[in-house]
Design a protein around this ligand. Structure first.
Ligand code: SF4
Length: 704
């Protein structure tokens, strides 16, 4: 008799732990596999079964040998982090945060969150800061990621959601301008949507100072000098106006503010824009032709366009371009931001941002405060006001801010002017870090709390499309590891009382139920979204105000989210980067990511196959520049800015402008690119200018 094959182990449908694409994947137990889990392709609209190497290797980090499995306390005797019990670690965190708050006031205790935290954790962290610590000093690393796009979205459309349409719409539009995104390295599965766009006859224009793998696939590649994206967008709009290709009916019916924006744009004539950006006038004309000849079109920006001291205005200029051409508020057209971190979107909707309350409510709005305070069971006037932005907060460490709780962030690598920020962290009276691994920031801590990750915990994420997703736990965490929600519950009890602790349940679904109530009526309304619905529908788009509401995949088709329902043009004019090249620092440095690494690299640098693929930093420079300074491929070069220096091997390539050098920012030590970057802040979004600073480059030695 044939024997029946044993049933395969159960499959957990979930999503990748890394970027905001949040690719769908399945996980199932597999003995001998890294981390004890096998990744199985799963059909999900953004990735349709495809994963990049980061996603497919993600279980490796579940290996207890690669991650933290016990709390650590810095020993007064040895100065080293030593294993400790949870009771001792939590008691010390509570005692020191409490003491600093007592002595210096509540705002002297800071909280720094992360764009990888689930919605439940981001919500609970913001509530913990305001209800337990009573501090206004809370922000998160998402401020470094897409805050300029968020601010510009708010200004023009009255609401901020990365993409106002599902990603699949990209394949069906007529023309896409991709400004400052290297999707082929940052989100490879998303490239299939661009490929399908072109197969369908659509056009792709890529704006990037480097001829990246993404730019290679474009119909037209514009390579502006870093820091001149704003002039480029204004120059294109100038041509649209000059050629009479504005959509006057759309402008009259759906927008306000066009006259002032149009007047401002007329100062940006093509020859001037060519001089500023280095993009030849015929290429500017070709871009306008491709975009306006198509029946519909989209502009998608990412960090390349946004991480500037002019980031909000740059995105504003691209939105003006969409509005003036009538490419907004209708199917297959619009402006969108390709958000970066896994939950960069949800992280800023639910309260860990310095100025926001859950549901994308403003902390300065009395009605918003009353609503959220009611859900939290505290008086509205007990809630602190808005606090400093991420860089301002980090810069104040050791000064006005004396103690810090970090959850899921590694600013020692990811903050601009990183050596200075590392110094500020060292100057704190007390630093506690909750993380999965001993990151470079955790290495500086007085107490390190080992917490659960991704496949070990359940929680929701909101991807770049505004689609709320559920990650289910696929396996139990190692002994000695606790969830962030459990940590907040324990700290609430120690810092306050049992009753306060009950406001911080450790069960994620209970937290989500409360989040739904807190967000109800807000711009990012999750009231109708439940775990059950997310699983049944494989994600629900916000806003979704009640359980009968289908969710909102496409925003703005009827009206924009402003008071009068019209999109607002914004009057913007060009300003260059804060630092222009000069005799001492004659080049521009721009920074970014590589395929095999993710953000500060705290996770991906520990995964053997990702580390092997790209084990360290490098400096990309053009052959003309390399020849001028006597550098051969592989030679060590030192890049110096007004803030510091970094040394890494040279990669000589014609794919970059000869006045520009590029460094990825994932590594510590000599190759830490953020030693160099400029913390000049955008006045609206407080986004630092990661993407352009003046540097010089010198040969430091022969190839290793
Ligand atoms: Fe994960 Fe992003 Fe790679 Fe998808 S593209 S597998 S979400 S890192």
């Amino acid at each position: 008799m044939p024997t029946e094959a044993p049933a395969p182990p159960p499959l957990t449908a979930t999503h990748c732990p890394y970027c905001s694409l949040q690719c769908g994947m399945g996980l199932r137990a597999a003995s001998g596999a890294p981390g004890g889990l096998e990744v199985v392709p799963r059909d999900f609209p953004v990735n349709r079964g495809a994963l990049c190497g980061k996603g497919s290797s993600a279980p490796a980090l579940l290996d207890p040998r690669l991650r933290l499995t016990e709390p650590l306390i810095r020993s007064a005797a040895t100065g080293r982090l030593e294993p400790a019990t949870w009771d001792a670690a939590l008691a010390l965190v509570a005692a020191r945060l409490g003491a600093v708050g007592e002595e210096h006031g509540p705002d002297a205790v800071g909280v720094f969150g992360g764009g990888g935290l689930t919605n439940e954790k981001a919500y609970a962290l913001g509530k913990f800061a305001r209800v337990v610590l009573k501090t206004s000093t809370i922000d998160y690393n998402g401020r470094f990621c897409m805050s300029s796009a968020a601010a510009a979205h708010q200004r023009a459309f009255g609401v901020d959601r990365g993409l106002p349409f599902p990603l699949q719409d990209v394949a069906r539009t007529g023309c896409v301008i991709l400004a400052g995104s290297n999707l082929a390295e940052t989100m490879p599965p998303a490239v299939r949507h661009l490929r399908e766009l072109r197969e369908n006859g659509g056009k792709l224009i890529v704006v990037d100072p480097r001829r990246t793998r993404t730019a290679e696939q474009a119909d037209l590649h514009l390579a502006p000098r870093p820091g001149t994206d704003l002039a480029l967008a204004l120059g294109l709009l100038h041509l649209v106006v000059a050629q009479g290709r504005t959509d006057e009916a759309f402008i009259a019916r759906r927008t306000t503010g066009w006259e002032a924006a149009r007047t401002a744009v007329m100062a940006h004539w093509p020859e001037l824009v060519e001089k500023i950006t280095g993009v030849p006038v015929p290429q500017l004309r070709a871009a306008v032709g491709l975009f306006c000849d198509a029946p519909d079109g989209m502009v998608l920006t990412a960090r390349g366009a946004e991480q500037h001291a002019t980031g909000t205005d740059t995105v504003g200029a691209w939105i003006n371009f969409c509005l003036a051409t009538g490419r907004a508020g209708r199917p297959l057209s619009g402006y969108g931001c390709l958000t970066g971190q896994g939950n960069g979107q949800g992280g800023r909707e639910h309260g860990q941002k310095a100025d926001q309350l859950p549901g994308y409510r403003k902390l300065t709005d009395p009605r918003a405060r009353a609503h959220v305070a009611g859900v939290w069971g505290v008086p509205a006037d007990s809630l602190p006001g808005p606090g400093p932005s991420a860089y301002e907060l980090l810069d104040a460490l050791g000064g006005e801010v004396r103690a810090l709780l970090v959850m899921g962030s590694n600013p020692v690598i990811s903050a601009p002017r990183a050596a200075h920020i590392e110094g500020r962290l060292r100057a704190l009276d007390f630093l506690a870090v909750a993380d999965v691994v001993l990151s470079e920031t955790a290495e500086l801590a007085d107490v390190v709390l080992p917490v659960t990750q991704w496949a070990e915990e359940t929680g929701t994420m909101t991807n770049l499309e505004g689609r709320v997703l559920l990650r289910r736990a696929a396996l139990a965490p190692p002994d000695g590891v606790r969830g962030d929600l459990s940590v907040l519950n324990s700290l609430a009890k120690l810092l306050s009382c049992e009753e306060t602790a009950r406001k911080f349940p450790a069960d994620p679904e209970t937290v989500f139920q409360e989040l739904r109530r807190a967000s109800a009526g807000g711009a990012a309304d999750y009231a109708g979204i439940s775990y059950r619905r997310i699983e049944a529908e494989d994600g629900v788009f916000w806003p979704c105000p009640d359980e009968d509401h289908p969710g909102t995949p496409r925003l703005f088709l009827e009206r924009f989210a402003t008071d009068d329902g019209r999109a607002r043009f914004v009057e913007v004019t060009h300003r260059g980067p804060e630092e222009e090249p000069d005799a001492e620092y004659p080049l521009v440095l721009t920074t970014g990511r590589v395929l095999a690494q993710y953000q500060s690299g705290a996770q991906t640098r520990r995964v053997p196959e990702l580390d092997a693929a790209t084990p360290g930093a490098f400096v990309e420079l053009h052959p003309l520049l390399a020849g001028r300074i006597g550098v051969a491929d592989g030679d060590a070069v030192t890049v110096t800015s007004r803030r510091g220096h970094a040394t890494a091997p040279a990669r000589v390539t014609a794919a970059i402008r000869s006045d520009t050098v590029f460094m990825p920012f994932h590594w510590p030590g000599e190759g830490r690119a953020n030693n160099l970057t400029n913390p000049a802040l955008d006045p609206v979004s407080k986004m630092p200018e990661f993407k352009a600073c003046a540097v010089r480059v010198e040969r430091a030695g022969p190839a290793a």
